[in-house]
Design a protein around this ligand. Structure first.
Ligand code: PNS
Length: 161
């Protein structure tokens, strides 16, 4: 069985993430979305909340599993018996750091990284931008699934100006 891992923070999942996960799910037998547990950085959403949202929005794909991990990504890949990582590239600016991580990961454990060009519709999109727009009351409807839009609305009260 060909398994791939789509790793990230997903705080929260955006339509850009979903585009990559969905396309990966058509190329592999199983896709495991790996949500990083980062003890040194507290997110807007807890890891459990991120996982719940990811599970809801990927359920229709049928071959996507969502799990959390801590520590090295290559150890998570090994535990999941996946030999391939899928990373989305939004722009050339993403490439520098992604290349370093890909080379480190193949050196550490022989885990391959495949880069997938992001759909141009989402090339400017990031979880951080979405949170900032939502914080100030902007419309994030085109950028995130409905469940995420509702969760952002419930979590973020626009600061008084
Ligand atoms: O969505 P993000 O925050 O850009 O995802 C970054 C992620 C999770 C892919 C990266 O931080 C990662 O792989 N972290 C796990 C720790 C690790 O393996 N570090 C060495 C990478 S070469």
């Amino acid at each position: 069985m060909r398994r791939a891992v789509c790793p990230g923070s997903f705080d929260p999942v955006t339509n850009g993430h979903l585009d990559i996960i969905g396309r990966a799910s058509r190329l592999f037998d199983e896709v495991i979305v790996g949500v990083l547990i980062n003890q040194s950085k507290s997110g807007l959403f807890s890891v459990e909340e991120r996982i719940d949202m990811l599970r809801e929005v990927t359920a229709s794909y049928g071959n996507v599993r969502v799990e959390s991990f801590r520590g090295l990504l290559v150890d998570f890949c090994r535990a999941q018996r996946a030999t391939v990582l899928i990373k989305g590239l939004r722009a050339v600016s993403d490439f520098d750091y992604e290349l370093q991580m890909a080379q480190m990961n193949i050196g550490l454990a022989g885990v391959e990284t495949l880069f997938m060009p992001t759909n141009p519709l989402y090339s400017f999109l990031s979880s951080s931008l979405v949170k900032d727009v939502a914080k100030w009351g902007g419309d994030v409807t085109p950028h995130v699934p409905d469940v995420v839009r509702a969760a952002l609305k419930a979590r973020l009260v626009p600061p008084s100006t």
